[in-house]
Design a protein around this ligand. Structure first.
Ligand SMILES: [Zn+2]
Length: 431
C-alpha cells in the first residue's frame, strides 16, 4: 500500500474533526494580556493528547513577567515515543491571542464556520495551526505506528507579549535543547506554501529629554523638554530615517518594505498628563520638564545591535552639541537578536519536499519582519534547526474577523505529516 497516499486520504477524512478541534480552541478565550485561561487550554490539550498516547507535562512559568495567582502562566509539553531510537520532531504553538479590538461581524470567540472559513480571535494566529499539527500527528500515528524517534507537541504562553512565560522559560529549563529535540516547526500563519526561516532583530528604547518647570507665561524662566524632543525628532528625520532606508538585507524578508532597517516611534509624550475624558477644566500653564519617546527599531542580520544603539546615541549627541542645556537619557527596554535558519538545514529541506509533494510547487522562503518564539529556541535553547510553517494568511493576524481556511489547514496537515514520515520512518529497523 502507498502509505503516503493513505495518509493524505485519512487527513481529508478528518475534516469535521479538524473543524471541531479548531472551534474548541477558539472558544477558550486565552486573551493576553492579561493571560486568561492558560490552565484551561492546557487541560483541554492534555486530555486530547493523552488519548492519542502522549505523555503530558503541564508546566507553570513561575515568576515570569505577568505570572500571578490570578493569571498563572501555564504551558503544556506532550511527548510520544516511537518504537525505535531516532530524532525528535517538535511542534510548538502559542496558545495566547491578542485583544479583540473593534469592527467584528462574527463572535470573536464563537468559532463560526461559514463556507470554508472558521472565524474567531486566534483562528489564524495560531489556534488553526495548533489544531492542524495535532491532526497531522494523530493521522501520522495511525498510518505509521512503528515510527522511530519521538514527536512532541507544545502549547505555550505569552508569545504575543515576548514569550518569557512560554518558550523562553521552557528553553531555560532545557525543553528545546538539541539533545532532546532535533527539529522544530512553529505553525505560525505564514501560508501553506511558505517556509519562514527566521526574523529581523529588535531594539526598543525609551528616550527622555529633560527640561525645567516654570510658569507658562514666562517660558524663558524654564526649559521646555518638548522642544528638546522636537529637535531630536527633527534630527531623526534629517539623518537617521534616510540612513535606515539605505540599509538593505539579503534576508528574504516579506513584505518588501521590511527588507531594510526600520524604526517606529511607538509613543511620544511630554508635559502634563492627558486628562480623563470627563475632565472639563483647562490645563495649567506650565513649561514641561520631561518628554518621553519610545522607539521600536527593527534591524537586519547584517547589522550589529551595539551599532544600532550607537547610531541612535549619535543622533542624541549631535543634538546635544547644538543645543545649550540639552540633557537626555536613553534606556533600553527590549532586545532580540535576528535569527535565520540555514536553507540547507534538515527541517527546511524536508518541509520543502513535502510542500512539493502536496502542492506540486516549490515553497517560497521568507523571513518575518517581526520576531516570534524562534528567538528563544535559537538563543536560549541553542536549537538551530527550526522554522515557522503553518496555514493561514499572516495579514489576517490581529485583525477583526480573523479567519482560517479549512482547506489550507488540511493541506498544511498533509505537509506536516509527510515531513514526519520523511524524518521518522524509512529504511530503519522496522520491516
Ligand atoms: Zn502568532
Amino acid at each position: 500500500m502507498d502509505l503516503k497516499a493513505e495518509f493524505q486520504r485519512r487527513v481529508m477524512a478528518k475534516r469535521p474533526e479538524l473543524i471541531a478541534l479548531t472551534q474548541d480552541l477558539i472558544r477558550i478565550p486565552t486573551l493576553n494580556p492579561p493571560g486568561e485561561n492558560y490552565r484551561k487550554i492546557c487541560e483541554y490539550l492534555s486530555a486530547r493528547l493523552k488519548q492519542t498516547g502522549f505523555v503530558v507535562e503541564l508546566i507553570r512559568a513561575f515568576d515570569t513577567p505577568g505570572d500571578s495567582e490570578k493569571y498563572p502562566r501555564w504551558n503544556i509539553v506532550a511527548r510520544c515515543e516511537g518504537k525505535y531510537a531516532g530524532d525528535c520532531v517538535h511542534f510548538n504553538s502559542h496558545t495566547d491571542v491578542v485583544e479583540i479590538g473593534k469592527n467584528w461581524t462574527f463572535d470573536p470567540f464563537g468559532g463560526v464556520l461559514k463556507d470554508d472559513k472558521i472565524y474567531g480571535r486566534g483562528a489564524c494566529d495560531m489556534k488553526g495551526g495548533l489544531a492542524t499539527s495535532i491532526i497531522a500527528v494523530e493521522t501520522f500515528l495511525e498510518v505509521w505506528p512503528d515510527f522511530s524517534g519521538a514527536i512532541e507537541i507544545s502549547g505555550t504562553a505569552d508569545e504575543e507579549t515576548g514569550g518569557f512565560g512560554g518558550v523562553a522559560y521552557l528553553s531555560e529549563k532545557g525543553y528545546f535543547s538539541p539533545l532532546k529535540v532535533q527539529h522544530v516547526i512553529i505553525p505560525e500563519p505564514l501560508n501553506k506554501d511558505r517556509i519562514c526561516l527566521g526574523h529581523r532583530g529588535v531594539f526598543w528604547a525609551e528616550i527622555e529629554t529633560h527640561g525645567r518647570i516654570a510658569h507658562g507665561s514666562m517660558p524663558f524662566l524654564g526649559d521646555c523638554a518638548v522642544r528638546h524632543m522636537g529637535a531630536v525628532l527633527s534630527e531623526m528625520e534629517h539623518s537617521l530615517f534616510p540612513a535606515l532606508a539605505k540599509k538593505r538585507t539579503d534576508m528574504p524578508v516579506v513584505p518588501e518594505g521590511a527588507k531594510q532597517s526600520t524604526m517606529n516611534i511607538n509613543s511620544f509624550h511630554g508635559g502634563q498628563a492627558i486628562p480623563e475624558a470627563d475632565f472639563t477644566g483647562l490645563p495649567s500653564a506650565v513649561v514641561p520638564d520631561s518628554a518621553k519617546m519610545i522607539i521600536d527599531r527593527r534591524f537586519l542580520l547584517e547589522e550589529n545591535i551595539d551599532k544600532v544603539e550607537a547610531e541612535i546615541r549619535e543622533v542624541l549627541e549631535k543634538v546635544k552639541s547644538e543645543r545649550p542645556d540639552f540633557r537626555y537619557d536613553m534606556r533600553e527596554i527590549h532586545r532580540v537578536i535576528p535569527t535565520m535558519t540555514d536553507r540547507n538545514a534538515p527541517i527546511v529541506t524536508t518541509v520543502s519536499k513535502a510542500i512539493n509533494d502536496v502542492l506540486g510547487k516549490s515553497p517560497q522562503y521568507v523571513v518575518s519582519p517581526g520576531s516570534y518564539d524562534q528567538k528563544h529556541i535559537d538563543r536560549i535553547g541553542r536549537m538551530k534547526n527550526c522554522i515557522a510553517y503553518g496555514p493561514g494568511i499572516l495579514d489576517l493576524a490581529h485583525q477583526p474577523d480573523e479567519y482560517i481556511k479549512v482547506s489550507d489547514m488540511l493541506d498544511s496537515a498533509k505537509v506536516m505529516g509527510l515531513t514526519l514520515a520523511e524524518l521518522l520512518t524509512g529504511p530503519s529497523p522496522q520491516n
